[in-house]
Structure formats: C-alpha cells, structure tokens
Write a protein of this length. Structure first.
Length: 207
C-alpha cells in the first residue's frame, strides 16, 4: 500500500493546531517552552549533513528537551509524521513521530538512541516520502515488523514492537540517523535522477 498517500487518505494530514498542545511531554511547565520553542529549517537534499551518522545521546538535559520541542514544532508544521534530529541539523540519535489521524488527538512519540533488535522475514512495501526530499514519493520494501529498543524522555529503557506504517516510519527515521535516505533503497537510475533534480534546484536557489 502507498504509505504517504494512504496516510493522507487515512487522515494523517493535520491542520495547524496550536503548538502549545504538543509541548507537555515532560514535567517542565509548558510556559518554559513557549518562550523558547522554534520552528527550524529542514535540510534538503543534496545537503551533505543528511549523510552524517548521528551521535548517541549521552545525557537527557534541558538542551535535548529543547531540541525535541523544536523537532515536534517543525514536524507538525511541515507537516510530517516523523522527523530525525539530523533533518534540522542536529546530529543526535533522536526521532520524533506522530501517527495519529487528523480526527484523533495528537500522539507525540520520542525515541532516543533507538536500536532495531529484530526484523521480520516478511516484507512490506509502502510509498514513502521525506521532508528532506520534498514532493518525491516512491515505493520502498522493508521488513514488515521490527522490534526496537530505545530510551524515553526520562532516560528509561523501553522496547516496542511495530508493524504497518509505524514499522516503516521507524526504519525510515533510523536510516536518517545512519545517513541513509529512502532513495538509497531505490534503483541507481531512480536515485541518480532524484539527486540530479535536487542538485540542480539547489544550484538555481544559490544564484
Ligand atoms: O523523515 C521524514 O522525512 C518524515 C517522513 C516520514 C515518513 C513518511 C512516509 C513513510 C515513511 C516515513 C514524512 O513525514 S513525509 C510526509 C508524510 O508522509 C505525510 C505528511 C502528512 C500527512 C501524511 C503523511
Ligand atoms: Zn525522511
């Protein structure tokens, strides 16, 4: 099934709601964030930073929480269903995600230092998109189910089993943490075509 189109059909596309709703993800008063939250620029192909391998998070502190707030704000604004920190230029192993449909309440999820510990033999194909490769969508085959270890916002180790769009989105975002883009899963012909188009656009924008 085509994920981006299907996600959109299933109502994942959200209208802009107050960003305040997404801010209460830990015990720091919401007002502390409202003063400082920021919409950040999303890196676009062929920005070389997208090829960087991100560093593990060592400490969950105020600056990491601020980064995560900025990621949510940027992800909801785009709009997207996932975001890796490197997409806003921060090479840290952090992912934000919200797969709630538009009629559902928001469901912000954060994965710190995520590690896939098991993948199914069964494969699933979804039509993926990427906020760093705007308006390009293509089918990608990946394991249909994955098991993931990660840290939550309190630094507590957690495990989750994912399938469907959740599994696809987790794998897409973890690829970002390793400098891998979904176009790397396509044929060389398709990948080169996309790269050429975005390289040309970047050159045009630079003059
Ligand atoms: O990592 C990213 O660039 C975010 C990307 C996540 C993703 C989408 C589809 C399959 C795998 C991973 C996006 O969010 S692209 C935008 C998108 O898919 C979407 C946006 C609004 C509503 C529904 C879907
Ligand atoms: Zn992406």
């Amino acid at each position: 099934m085509a994920a981006a189109a299907a996600a959109s059909r299933a109502g994942h596309a959200r209208s802009c709601r107050s960003p305040r709703l997404i801010l209460r993800i830990d015990r720091v008063p919401a007002t502390a964030y409202i003063a400082t939250m920021a919409l950040r620029d999303i890196l676009i192909l062929p920005d070389k930073r997208l090829r960087q391998v991100s560093d593990p998070v060592k400490k969950i502190d105020a600056s990491l929480r601020k980064l995560i707030e900025d990621m949510f704000e940027t992800m909801y604004d785009a709009p997207g269903i996932g975001l890796a920190a490197i997409q806003i230029g921060a090479p840290k192993r952090v992912i934000t995600m919200d797969l709630a449909k538009k009629e559902e309440p928001r469901n912000p999820q954060v994965f710190i230092n995520p590690e896939i510990v098991w993948t199914s033999q069964e494969k699933a194909t979804y039509e993926e998109g990427c906020l760093s490769i705007p308006e390009y969508y293509d089918d990608v085959e990946r394991p249909a189910q994955v098991k993931l270890k990660y840290l939550d916002l309190e630094g507590k180790p957690r495990e989750v089993e994912a399938n469907g769009l959740f599994a696809t989105c987790l794998q897409h975002e973890i690829d970002h943490l390793n400098g891998v883009l979904f176009i790397d899963h396509l044929s060389k012909l398709k990948r080169d075509r996309v790269l050429k188009k975005f390289t040309k656009a970047a050159k045009r924008a630079a003059v």
